[in-house]
Write a protein that binds this ligand. Structure first.
Ligand code: ACO
Length: 334
């Protein structure tokens, strides 16, 4: 249903799900591929291993698996889904949107489906769009998904980037709030397009099509000025976190669990220190999965939910940062 009725109502997360491909690629295995070491990767990033999708296993397949689990937990049938938003920078095809394939895989044929491209902040951008769409009465429910097959867009000969990324998907089902649990209290989004060149996939788009002449340069892979991005990440995520907490009428002392984007443990530690939040209140799983971009916060939220790391009534802060540059945050009462 996609009605034009306009009214505002609170929105909650009614279910979460995630999917990680089976294949594990360890830091030790990477030592055989590029000049690196487990010691360098673990001490500079906190990452120990990551998951790699199988050949033929696409972003849309992982997204659909995560969505199925979230829908099951929320008790929503695929045929009843109104809205599907997939956040990804590794779409199955440039067009149509990956969300269209996900709709097909799920059999959610009564839904509207589209993608958002906001890199690692994408899942929280999708949360914001879906939340306001439901609050305004335009849709009854939404499945938001962060899903990435970054292994297909990594230059496996570049040690500066290939050790950082992994594949996977996470999802959440949003419904109007009836009993208050999982209610989204506040959110905040930001973008700084002036820094677009710090982190991008330069080739493969209209600006730089892949040709026979440039094919050896691997331009359709992730390029990043890591040190610069690092500085922006810490500042932007701290500010985004503080803004969402303030909008929710809370203080950092009220936050029971911070679920940050999983790019680098040193970034996470720096943010926790600036927010004066103890490490026991910060959820980390990047040691197992690396940076899964738009999927990272979604996978972490599902793990926190299913392992009991968050309990009913807890205040959770979600905060992310990525290419664009983009940043986003949300406070949820679980
Ligand atoms: N193994 C061994 N040595 C390496 C490796 C590696 N895999 N990679 C780089 N090095 C070397 C460099 O060549 C450099 O050597 P040099 O001093 O001789 O020149 C040295 O290690 C230090 O390199 P730096 O880039 O300064 O290392 P840094 O401590 O900054 O860590 C990292 C790099 C991990 C990329 C860090 O800068 C970072 O995490 N940046 C932020 C990433 C991020 O948040 N991205 C945003 C989200 S991603 C998205 O949106 C898709």
């Amino acid at each position: 249903m996609n009605s034009g009725t306009c009214f505002l109502r609170p929105v909650r997360i009614a279910g979460t799900g995630s999917y990680l491909p089976e294949k594990v690629l360890t830091n030790h295995e990477l030592e055989a591929m590029v000049e690196t070491s487990d010691e360098w990767i673990a001490s500079r990033t906190g990452i120990r291993e990551r998951r790699i999708a199988a050949d033929g296993e696409l972003t849309s397949h992982m997204a659909a698996q995560a969505a199925r689990r979230a829908l099951e937990q929320a008790g929503v049938a695929p045929a009843d889904v109104d809205l599907i938003i997939v956040a990804t920078i590794t779409p199955d095809t440039l067009t149509p949107a990956t969300a269209c394939y996900v709709q097909q895989h799920l059999g959610a044929l009564n839904s509207v489906a589209f993608d958002v491209s906001a890199a690692c902040s994408g899942f929280l951008y999708a949360l914001e769009i879906a939340r306001h769409s439901i609050a305004a009465g335009a849709f009854r429910n939404a499945v938001i998904i962060g899903a990435e097959k970054l292994s297909a867009f990594v230059n496996w000969t570049d040690r500066n980037t290939c050790v950082l990324f992994g594949d996977g998907a996470g999802a959440a089902v949003l419904l109007p709030s009836e009993n208050g649990h999982g209610r989204i209290l506040s959110s905040h989004l930001g973008t700084d397009g002036a820094q677009a060149e710090l982190l991008n996939i330069p080739g493969g788009g209209a600006a730089c099509p892949i040709t026979l002449e440039n094919v050896d340069q691997r331009l359709a892979t992730l390029a990043m000025q890591g040190r610069e991005v690092f500085k922006h990440a810490v500042n932007a995520m701290r500010r985004a976190a503080e803004t969402a907490i303030e909008k929710a009428g809370l203080t950092t002392g009220d936050i029971d669990l911070v679920i940050p984007h999983q790019a680098n443990l040193r970034i996470i530690d720096a943010i926790a220190e600036r927010l004066e939040v103890g490490k026991d209140r910060v959820f980390v799983n990047l040691d197992k999965y690396g940076n899964t971009s738009a999927a990272a916060v979604a996978i972490a939220l599902d793990e926190a939910n299913r392992t009991g790391a968050v309990k009913t009534g807890d205040h959770i802060l979600l905060v992310a940062f990525g290419a664009g540059l983009t940043w986003a945050s949300a406070v949820i009462e679980w």
